[in-house]
Design a protein. Structure first.
Length: 255
């Protein structure tokens, strides 16, 4: 199936994006890394090979809920999502019953059709459903209708899914695991290695500043913070992200 993604949608360079087709038959890094980060919680990482040879990682979560699993974000493409499900079966050997897509970019949503074909319920913000249709991405089959305004949250199994307000994307969600004190920030949170705010075309940088401050105040007990790309850290990643967004605002105001 032909998919569309926004080139460099989450890359470290803040550049203008254009919709281009993913050619999954082109040479790609099909590696899937699954790493346990707490009891009953694993990170999953897939990679996109850019034309310049850079392998850019994309993170999601796998969370155990009794005898089943909840997946947070797909791998970066259909083929990689199929491989992710195979690796989950081999390494964890529990079925995936639910999934959450944290916003409408291909590094989060490109494998939605693969999940739905397996009978997995795929949940997202209502705006994500609208935007995936607009962007030509696979469309999640369930929406969180109660996520109406910034700060709203809902419970899905043992996850708290939060709409913090627009940040990296207008529809970005965060996921909080209260039992393990893990915050999945997705692309709203930048890794310590990031040198810029990344793509800001589809979000709201002014709101992003407020979101980082409010999330730091809301989840002071977070022991692990997982960004959308790069290595996990702690609450310092929220501070780091805020600083990068401030730098971006300063750079555009200087022009």
């Amino acid at each position: 199936m032909k998919q569309f993604y926004y080139y460099l949608c989450c890359c470290v360079c803040a550049v203008s994006l254009n919709a281009v087709a993913i050619n999954e038959s082109a040479p790609q890094n099909l590696s899937i890394d699954i790493k346990q980060i707490a009891p009953g919680v694993w990170s999953h990482t897939s990679y996109y090979l850019y034309p310049n040879g850079v392998n850019f990682p994309s993170n999601g979560l796998i969370v155990q809920n009794g005898d089943a699993l909840t997946l947070v974000d797909t791998a970066w493409g259909e083929i990689k999502t199929k491989k992710l499900l195979n690796e989950i079966k081999k390494q964890i050997n529990l079925p995936v019953s639910h999934a959450v897509v944290t916003h409408a970019h291909s590094d989060r949503a490109a494998g939605v059709d693969v999940l739905e074909a397996q009978g997995i319920e795929v949940w997202a913000h209502p705006l994500t459903k609208k935007l995936t249709i607009e962007y030509g991405l696979p469309v999640p089959n369930k929406t969180f209708s109660k996520l109406n305004k910034a700060g709203d949250s809902v419970i899905l199994n043992n996850l708290e899914v939060i709409f913090p307000g627009p940040a990296h994307a207008m529809d970005n969600l965060l996921v909080w695991l209260p039992q393990q004190n893990i915050l999945f920030g997705g692309c709203a949170v930048r890794a310590k290695s990031a040198k810029s705010a990344g793509n800001t075309k589809h979000g709201d940088v002014y709101s992003w500043l407020s979101v980082m401050q409010k999330m730091a105040e809301r989840f002071p007990s977070a022991k692990i913070v997982v960004p959308g790309h790069g290595e996990p850290g702690g609450l310092e990643l929220l501070t780091h992200t805020k600083q990068l967004v401030e730098q971006h605002l300063h750079s555009i105001s200087a022009h």
